[in-house]
Design a binder for this molecule. Structure first.
Ligand SMILES: Cc1ncc(COP(=O)(O)O)c(C=O)c1O
Length: 408
């Protein structure tokens, strides 16, 4: 048998819509020894992780824990556990991930209604309230920042609207948690899920989630512990069985509680990663972290504008961690991305759906939301665009970006 080469990935700077570079402290945490899932040292790590994520989600919710899987594992867990067949769900769609919420909702047997706006815009709260009045859903499911369009839906008023109409509010904060303000309790969000690979600068593979009691109580009605683990004396819920075993939040809550129900084997290494992501975010301080993301975005936008490039979408609602850039006429967008990757080791994102071939997406989140990353990206883009026939005033992008930092 021939010995295979040691698999060393090429060196990259990941500045697409995610994943972005992991913080080296997160990678270090992932090299820590495994523990048995009921080892007191490991259950203490689970409890500590719950407390840390209460900080990150800005919530007092007891039920704040991790679902193993990428961000959509968190989405599926909430939707399959909350929505009973035939329940109505309303989704405001302003990009690809609104469609994903609808798709998952339909798969779990809900009746799904959506309102749609053109990619590049968001909804006024009144439009969402009108739709709630019309549809009378059980659940409003909304994306916070949709990386496909780089837009962030304002959510501050949506929770109060939902309470007024007795609707549950679920928010997909995959792309914003830890980089953009999202005070779950202050905004009356009933359930919120995320991923690690964006503003938290971890690897994809763990979905932090938080649920308030209003929502957790409804899920508890559907508690049907799997046979083989069930305590014959414990009463089962009177609601319908949750259609997924893996994503059954009623059982997952028992696993993350002091009962330590023997459900799945917790993904030890991903828990270490998630815990470290939260520790790093809280050690920096959320307000400082949000300000850092805003400043980096400002610098990137100033640099792009100085190069004569146009930023995509409604500027007032642009995410602070992903920026869409119109591909200039006559420039081959994929060739530019190829050159950035192969000549500079920098990855930026392409687009899909109605934006396919029209914009690039540049991520500045978590570990890559820095002056250095913006500077490297602008310098490389400038050089590549020049070779591809688009001549911006030399160094204009870098100078404008650095001026933003100098003015800080
Ligand atoms: C807003 C949003 N929701 C959900 C997802 C899906 O996440 P994952 O690919 O980790 O399952 C993404 C990924 O880009 C996203 O940006």
């Amino acid at each position: 048998m021939t010995e295979s080469a040691e698999p060393i990935p090429p060196r990259r700077l990941l500045m697409g819509p995610g994943p972005v570079d992991a913080d080296p402290r997160v990678l270090r945490a992932m090299a820590m020894p495994l523990l048995g899932q009921f080892d007191p040292a490991f259950t203490a790590a689970m409890t500590e992780t719950m407390a840390l994520y209460r900080g990150v989600f800005q919530t007092a919710n007891r039920w704040t824990f991790l679902v193993d899987g990428t961000a959509r594992a968190g989405i599926e867990a909430v939707l399959v556990s909350v929505l009973e067949p035939g329940d109505r769900m309303l989704v405001p769609i302003f990009g690809r991930f609104g469609h994903l919420l609808c798709e998952i909702g339909r798969r779990v047997g809900a009746t799904v209604d959506a309102i749609e706006t053109e990619w590049g815009g968001v909804f006024l709260p009144e439009a969402i309230e009108d739709a709630i009045r019309r549809v009378r859903p059980k659940l409003l499911a909304c994306v916070h920042g949709d990386t496909s369009t780089t837009m962030a839906q304002p959510l501050a008023e949506i929770g109060a609207i939902c309470r007024r109409h007795d609707v549950l509010l679920y928010v997909d904060a995959t792309a914003t948690l830890g980089g953009v303000d999202l005070p779950v309790d202050a905004w009356s969000i009933d359930a919120c899920t995320a991923g690690l690979q964006k503003c938290l600068s971890g690897p994809p593979g763990s979905a932090p989630l938080t649920l308030n009691d209003r929502l957790a109580d409804r899920i508890a009605r559907r508690r049907h512990i799997e046979q083989g683990l069930r305590d014959p004396d414990a009463p089962a819920g009177d609601g319908p069985v949750i259609a997924s075993n893996y994503f059954d939040l009623a059982m997952l809550m028992e696993y993350w509680s002091d009962k330590r129900l023997n459900h799945h084997t917790e993904a030890t290494t991903m828990l270490y990663a998630a815990r470290e992501c939260a520790r790093i975010a809280l050690a920096e301080g959320l307000d400082r972290r949000f300000a850092r993301h805003r400043r980096t975005s400002e610098a990137l936008v100033a640099g792009l504008a100085a190069m004569g490039l146009r930023v995509f979408g409604d500027a007032a609602h642009k995410m602070a961690n992903v920026t869409g850039v119109h591909i200039p006429a006559g420039v081959d967008g994929e060739a530019v991305r190829h050159d950035l990757l192969t000549q500079f080791g920098i990855e930026i994102g392409t687009s899909f759906g109605p934006l396919h071939g029209k914009i690039w997406r540049i991520g500045t989140m978590g570990y890559t939301s820095t002056r250095e990353c913006v500077a490297m990206c602008l310098v490389a883009l400038d050089a590549v665009l020049r070779r591809r026939g688009y001549g911006a005033p030399p160094n204009a992008g870098l100078d404008a970006a650095l001026a933003v930092y100098a003015g800080a």
